[in-house]
Design a protein around this ligand. Structure first.
Ligand code: TRP
Length: 75
C-alpha cells in the first residue's frame, strides 16, 4: 500500500464509557501525540489516517472498527 492509500483509510471509534480518548500520533521521524479527542458514552468518531497522523492510540472502553476488523478495547 503506498502512502497515499494509507492516508485515505478510515477508522471508527465508538465510546462505551465517558472520557474515552482518541489520541493521534504524528507521521514521520518523531512519533508524538498531536491531538486528543475525548468521547463520551455512545459518541462516535469517524477519522482518517492523514499526512499528519499515522497512528492512533485509544484509551478507555471502546469499540474500534478498521479494515482489519472490529475490536473491543476490553478483550
Ligand atoms: N488534523 C489531524 C490530521 O489531519 C486530524 C486527525 C485526523 C486526527 N485523523 C486523526 C486526530 C486521528 C486524532 C486522531 O491528521
Amino acid at each position: 500500500m503506498d502512502d497515499k492509500q494509507s492516508q485515505e483509510e478510515y477508522f471508527v471509534v465508538k465510546a462505551k464509557e465517558n472520557g474515552v480518548q482518541v489520541i493521534g500520533l504524528t507521521r514521520g521521524q518523531d512519533t508524538k501525540f498531536h491531538h486528543t479527542e475525548k468521547l463520551d458514552k455512545g459518541e462516535i468518531m469517524i477519522a482518517q489516517f492523514t499526512a499528519h497522523t499515522s497512528a492512533v492510540k485509544i484509551r478507555g472502553k471502546a469499540v474500534v472498527m478498521t479494515k482489519h476488523g472490529v475490536m473491543d478495547t476490553e478483550e
